[in-house]
Design a protein around this ligand. Structure first.
Ligand SMILES: Nc1ncnc2c1ncn2[C@@H]1O[C@H](COP(=O)(O)OP(=O)(O)OP(=O)(O)O)[C@@H](O)[C@H]1O
Ligand SMILES: [Mg+2]
Length: 256
């Protein structure tokens, strides 16, 4: 039995001047699934994430999250609703310890207060419990220092309304979380993402086809700003349009 739709994009268009980066994308992400978005470089995957998270505004179309039309809501409001993301290009403070990077993410719970540099981050604003929880999810020790893992931990950090209790991010949008990772870490990351499904919904952009085919419930293939195909991993693997369009022999293994 399929779970309810948590996140939906309806006819999303995004123009940069006259260039259509997205030409009418429809996407339905079901709760507690791993939904991968794949496609060749420049297909529009990251642009779609920008639209879903409010990092950039849509040119046309609607986005519905958890029953709310969030199309015109700013990114921080969507974070409060439970949409979290990691960026393809990470923006971590590499000179800070892991725990401080996680605390910065957790401080999204009360962004206005977090920017108040006159008071020490104590009490709820310290977000100690949550950063510990995030660190636990991402692994510990040396492994947790990997930028990809830290980025992952930040994306899965609890968020929440300014004054209310912190809430777990419900929709985690991960943009190439394994990028730059050594082969030794890939299995761990795969397990981590898969385990998120119990309490989260994951939208994953990933070029590593082994990971995509292994952990996805649904795969959407994008090409030239549009959805080319969607289905179960084995359906995508054997889809002639997908093969013809770009996957070719890559889908049998290795990196796209
Ligand atoms: N700010 C921008 N201004 C103009 N064009 C842009 C801008 N951002 C992205 N594009 C273009 O939009 C298209 C989609 O880019 P996008 O980054 O979404 O692709 P992608 O599928 O994430 O690719 P990759 O796999 O390389 O990360 C590309 O042709 C890109 O050059
Ligand atoms: Mg991208």
């Amino acid at each position: 039995m399929s779970t309810p739709v948590l996140l939906e994009a309806i006819g999303i268009e995004k123009y940069y001047d006259k260039f259509a980066a997205l030409g009418g994308v429809n996407l339905k992400v079901r709760a507690n699934t791993v939904h991968s978005v794949i496609g060749p470089n420049g297909a529009g995957k990251t642009t779609l994430f920008h639209m879903l998270t409010g990092t950039k505004t849509v040119s046309a179309g609607r986005i519905v999250f958890d029953g709310h039309d969030v199309t015109h809501e700013p990114d921080y409001r969507r974070v409060q609703r439970g949409i979290a993301r990691s960026f393809q290009v990470t923006s971590l403070f590499l000179t800070l310890p892991v725990r401080e990077n996680l605390r910065l993410a957790a401080q999204g719970i009360a962004p206005a207060k977090a920017l108040n540099c006159w008071h020490a981050p104590v009490g709820a604003r310290a977000c100690c419990g949550h950063r510990g929880q995030c660190a636990g999810q991402a692994g510990s020790g040396a492994l947790c220092r990997h930028p990809g893992r830290q980025s992952f931990a930040r994306a899965t950090a609890p968020t929440g309304g300014g004054h209310g209790p912190c809430r777990q991010a419900q929709g985690d949008l991960l943009d190439e979380p394994t990028s730059g990772m050594g082969i030794d870490d890939l299995d761990d990351m795969k397990r981590l993402i898969k385990s998120l499904r119990d309490e989260h919904t994951v939208v994953l952009i990933e070029h590593n086809m082994n990971i995509v085919m292994d952990i996805s419930d649904t795969v959407t293939v994008m090409q030239l700003g549009r959805v080319l195909a969607e289905g179960l991993p084995h359906e995508i693997r054997s889809d002639d349009r997908v093969r013809a369009a770009y996957l070719g022999n890559m889908i049998t293994g290795g990196k796209a």
